[in-house]
Structures are given as C-alpha cells and as structure tokens.
Ligand binder design. Structure first.
Ligand code: NAD
Length: 476
C-alpha cells in the first residue's frame, strides 16, 4: 500500500467539517486477509440530523448557483479524483478486494462519469410558442438528496449518485456501505474542497443510519443501490413525504447463446461479464442458457478460462481474481454451490487452491442443473455461473424471463438481426447483444420488475434529480 496513510483519515464530513463519529469507530475488514484493515468514524442518528440541517441551509444558495458554476466545480472534482487516483484505487482494493487493475478502472470510470455529468446541458422544453403564449418546461433541483450505496463498486456507485444530483443543483448526504466506506470518505473529502459547507456530507453506519437518513421528512429524494429487500424498505419509508426515488436493485440476468454463435469469439467475453468483480456486479451475467448442440463445448471453454485465473489478494501483481467482499456473502455463495452439487450439478472448475485466510472462492462453472436449484433461482452475487441447456429458443426466452428480476439480459449470436429480435423479447431494462454488463455514462440504465424504479445516466438519469416546472407566459 504505497499511497495509503492509515492514520487519522477516515472521518465523517458534516457541514463542511471533518469530524469524529459519535457512535465510535467501525472496523473495516480486508476481505483478502479477513483481518481489520482500518477503523473509521461511525455516525450517530443525531449526526445524521445535523447533516440534514446543514444540507437544508446549504441548498438555499447552492440551488441558485449557475449551471456554468456547477459544471466547472464538477470538472475540478474530476481533477481532484485524478490527483488522488492511486490512493483511491488502493483503498478500494483494501476494503473491497478487487484486483488493483480493476480498482484503477473503477477510479477512471469515476473520473469519466464526473466529466460527462459536468458536460450535460440542463434542458428547457418549449411546449408552446404562439402569438399569445409561450409555455416552457423547466427542471428544478429537488433539495436534499440521500444517497445510499453498496459494497461492490463503492467509489463508482457513489459518483453515479452524487454527481448528477449536484449538477442539477441539489445537495447530497451519502451513506456508504458499512463494509466499504473508505474510498467514499476520500471522495467526499475531495468534493468538499470544491463546494460550500453542507453541499456534500457523508455519514457512515449500518442500516439503522441508512434508515434514519432515508426516511427523514426533510429528504426530498433517495437514490439507492443495493438489495431489493432494502429498496422495498426505503420505498415504504418514503411514503409519508412522497419522496422521489431512484432504486437500483438486485438482478438475476440471463444470457442466451444462439446455436450459430462462434464459441471461440464469445467464451472469454462471457467469462469476463459473468465474473466481473468476482461476480459481485448488479448487471453481471448470472444464468447462461446454451443450446444443446454447443452446451458441452462452451461449458468446457469457460471452465478452462476459470481454471487459468490467479485467485488472491488484489494487491498482488499476479492476481486476476479477488475475494468475495464479506463473510456473509462468502457463506451465501458457498451454500449456493453446495446446494447445486447436492442436487447433482457438476463443477467444471473451482477447485484451485486458494489462500486460507480471506474470503476466497475460485470461479466455479456449474453444469447439469436446472431452475430447481437455488443458484439459478436466486441472485448469487458471487463467483459461480450456472450453465443451463435448452433445445428451443422460445423455451429459453421464457425461462430467462421467468424471474422476479428484470435488470439486464443478453443474446449471443453471429446473426445480429436474429439476436436483436430475441433481445427485444427479454423482460429487462437493458438488453445486450454479444456483450453484457456494459454500462456507459450516456445510456440510461435501470431495472424492470423487482430490479428497480427509475433510471440513472444520460439525460434521463440527470432529470431524475429534478422536478419539472411548467411556466405559462401570456404575451398580453
Ligand atoms: P444492501 O441492501 O444490504 O445494502 C445497501 C446499502 O443499504 C448499505 O449502505 C446498507 O447499510 C444500507 N441499508 C441497509 N438497510 C437499510 C435500511 N433499512 N434503510 C436504509 N439503508 C439501509 O445491499 P448490498 O449487500 O450492499 O449490495 C448487494 C446488492 O446490491 C445486490 O442485490 C446487488 O444486485 C445490488 N446492486 C444493484 C445495483 C444496480 O445498479 N441495480 C448495483 C450494485 C448492487
């Protein structure tokens, strides 16, 4: 850890001040060693309320800052992230576990997303412009936005929440996952350098702190990324004051390989999108349907790639595959694999020797199973991919859609027309052809069914941070 100074740096930010937590300190575990890596300030509910009060005050003037001012501030924040890129990447590896190269990609993504968000123009829609009348639709900021983030891509997802909210003229209070607050604390410190007191705050704590923040009557909007269960909880807490909500929740994305697919071309790509971040990615490919004519061949190719991974500490140069982020998730993924094997599934990979300490599971390819297994029905959110056989494409589509989730889905084929035809039949917010889990700042992303409400990114995502105001002007 060349760039990290672990002393005294993980404090909350409330009203522009860096402060200790009234609830003491939280121990942050390095998933590669299962040992304490750092301690970080833990907020009390009184501190959450202080942050909300300061944010309300800050909103009064921040909402009137010009678009040009806010664009310039976002670009300066991107410069700040760039300056601290190595520290941020190392913090991500330390708390989240992913290999350093992937953490560096996460930081680059955070910079790119911030600059893209800075570049967006807030629209004014002209609804009517006649001799007598002009009607315009403006988009105004909402107020105090609560951002609650998960542990899989801690820096990137905080950026996804915070930057569009600030760009639109809102003020933000973030609560990172209690498992991975360190990089987000550093991010908020960087943001604080550029904005007035109260425009950004960060309070660290568990679900109780998340609930105190997200259900508070003075919160105008909650943007949440995490599990469906917590999302439902947040939605019920939003009812009393009719908060705006963007909920990015769980998924169980299916990919379908058509019989004409070129396996040599797609195998590595499928592996990468299924096992991105050790499978701990909302829109990772989580169930793979392969035509019976290519089933064994593709499964073996994927197993060969899985068996070639170097599983280990994300800071080691040779590591290509990191640990699962926390013990609970580790136990859950292990249990899902054990359940499938007990039901007769076969593991074509996953028996590499992995470090004894830490939450390591080698990437596991499962064959010979169907929808009766939990690992197919549930979101595994970890390094295991079930491969399912199909004969008839309509049956494969029906099985792909038979899920309570609807985040993403993909079709893999050399025939782009056929692939697009079947992709349009997938019940999900993003349908990919010959790729999966590809998320870009200019394309809206959001889930159907139990995978979420609303969308992030692009103009649609920016406007979710606003409330529309129609202005009628009579020209007399
Ligand atoms: P989680 O729901 O357990 O926790 C997410 C955040 O919510 C944490 O900060 C947690 O402290 C907070 N929280 C917990 N209880 C709360 C409550 N009652 N009120 C308010 N906040 C509360 O999710 P996780 O385990 O951190 O993340 C994994 C899940 O996130 C997976 O299901 C994954 O699919 C999903 N996810 C979705 C997306 C997406 O864009 N759709 C992206 C990443 C992760």
């Amino acid at each position: 850890m060349q760039h990290l100074n672990m002393q005294n740096q993980f404090k909350l930010i409330i009203n522009g001040q860096s402060c200790l937590g009234e609830a003491g300190e939280l121990e942050i575990i390095n998933p590669a060693t299962a040992a304490i890596a750092a301690k970080c300030a833990q907020a009390s509910i009184a501190q959450v309320n202080q942050a909300i009060e300061a944010a309300k005050q800050a909103f009064r003037s921040w909402q009137r800052s010009s678009h040009e001012e806010r664009k310039s501030i976002l670009n300066k924040i991107a410069d700040g992230i760039e300056q601290h890129a190595e520290t941020l990447a190392e913090l991500i590896v330390l708390e989240q576990g992913k290999p350093l190269a992937l953490a560096q990609m996460e930081v680059q993504g955070a910079i790119g997303w911030t600059r893209y968000t800075a570049s967006l123009e807030m629209p004014v829609d002209i609804v009517e412009d006649s001799e007598q009348k002009r009607i315009e639709r403006h988009y105004q900021p909402l107020g105090v936005v609560a951002s609650i983030t998960p542990w899989n891509w801690p820096l990137m997802i905080a950026v996804w929440h915070i930057m569009p909210a600030l760009r639109a003229g809102n003020v933000v209070i973030n609560k990172p996952s209690e498992f991975t607050p360190l990089a987000t604390l550093k991010l908020c410190e960087i943001i604080q350098q550029e904005v007035p007191a109260g425009v950004i705050s960060i309070v660290v704590g568990n679900g109780e702190i998340g609930e105190a923040l997200s259900s508070h009557p003075d919160i105008a909007k909650v943007v949440f990324t995490g599990s469906t269960k917590t999302g439902q909880h947040i939605m019920s807490g939003a009812v009393k004051t009719l908060k705006h909500l963007t909920l990015e929740l769980g998924g169980n994305d299916a990919g379908i390989v058509l019989p004409d697919a070129d396996l040599d071309q797609i195998a590595k790509r499928i592996f990468n999108v299924a096992f991105l971040n050790a499978g701990q990615t909302c829109a990772a490919l989580k169930r793979l349907y392969v035509h019976e004519s290519q089933y064994d061949a593709l499964a073996q190719k994927l197993a060969d790639i899985a068996n070639a991974q170097n599983v280990g500490d994300g800071m080691a140069a040779e590591t290509t595959f990191g640990p699962v982020q926390n013990q609970l998730q580790y136990q859950k993924v292990k249990a899902l694999i054990a359940d499938a094997l007990a039901q007769g599934a076969k593991a074509l990979s996953g028996d590499q020797i992995v470090p004894e300490q830490g939450y390591f599971i080698a990437p596991t390819i499962l064959t010979g199973l169907d929808e009766s297994c939990r690992v197919v029905q549930e979101e595994q959110f970890g390094p295991v991919l079930p491969i399912l056989k199909y004969r008839d494409i309509d049956d494969a589509i029906a099985r792909a859609n038979a899920s309570e989730f609807g985040l993403g889905g993909s079709i893999w084929s050399s025939d782009l027309k056929a692939a697009q035809f079947y992709a349009s039949q997938l019940q999900c917010g993003t349908a990919w052809v010959n790729t999966h889990a590809e998320i870009v700042p200019h394309a809206p992303f959001g889930g159907w069914k139990m995978s979420g409400v609303g969308a992030e990114f692009g103009m649609e995502g920016l406007l979710e941070n606003t409330v529309g105001q129609t202005v009628h002007i009579n020209k007399l």
